[in-house]
Ligand binder design. Structure first.
Ligand code: ADP
Length: 166
């Protein structure tokens, strides 16, 4: 598509195969993708922002035109700083829609130069969320179908609570 930079924002706590699918598809449509980890004050994180960035770099970061960053502030300000022209978001179900539509309109108001594109989730990932990964992983369930293989062990270890405590 166009020669533009787009951002894929999210909390990515942790990144799942659902996120990777959206990032991959966006990378085939736009010239440059910046995946930006944004701390979400309403959720209790399992991974620090730095850890989330590292997990994303080891997976999505392998795609040539994908860059991973983090930002603690308004997405509109970040986009202005990076001269980004659009936001790409995944939509799983109607339940995502109301919130995402509200965010898209707010971002348009704060930064009218940018539009939001929604990509429909792949049917296999419709039910998948970081919260589900955390829930299943914390109870010792198999999360190998939910997260990228390269980072599976790290995520499993963190969620199981069996890491060496210093
Ligand atoms: P989560 O809801 O998993 O905590 P994030 O806040 O990290 O997700 O979401 C970042 C973006 O990724 C949002 O646009 C969200 O709709 C999208 N997304 C999350 N999970 C999936 C999935 N399984 N398939 C497609 N898009 C997804």
């Amino acid at each position: 598509m166009k020669n533009i930079t787009v951002v894929c924002p999210g909390s990515f706590d942790p990144v799942t195969k659902g996120h990777i699918d959206i990032i991959k598809r966006a990378s085939q449509m736009f010239e440059k993708i910046i995946v930006v980890v944004m701390p979400n004050a309403t959720k209790t994180p399992s991974f620090t922002v730095e850890e989330r960035v590292d997990l994303l770099r080891r997976t999505a970061g392998a795609i040539e035109n994908v860059e991973v960053d983090c930002y603690n502030g308004l997405l509109a300000n970040y986009m202005r700083k990076k001269d980004a022209s659009a936001i790409v978001k995944g939509l799983r179900a109607m339940s995502d829609f109301e919130y995402e539509f509200q965010m898209a309109l707010t971002n348009k108001k704060l930064y009218p130069e940018a539009d939001t594109f929604f990509l429909a989730a792949n049917s296999e990932n419709m039910y998948l969320s970081s919260s589900i990964v955390k829930l299943v992983g914390s109870m010792g369930g198999d999360i190998s179908d939910f997260v990228p293989e390269e980072i599976y062990e790290d995520i499993k270890l963190r969620l199981s609570g069996k890491e060496d405590k210093k």
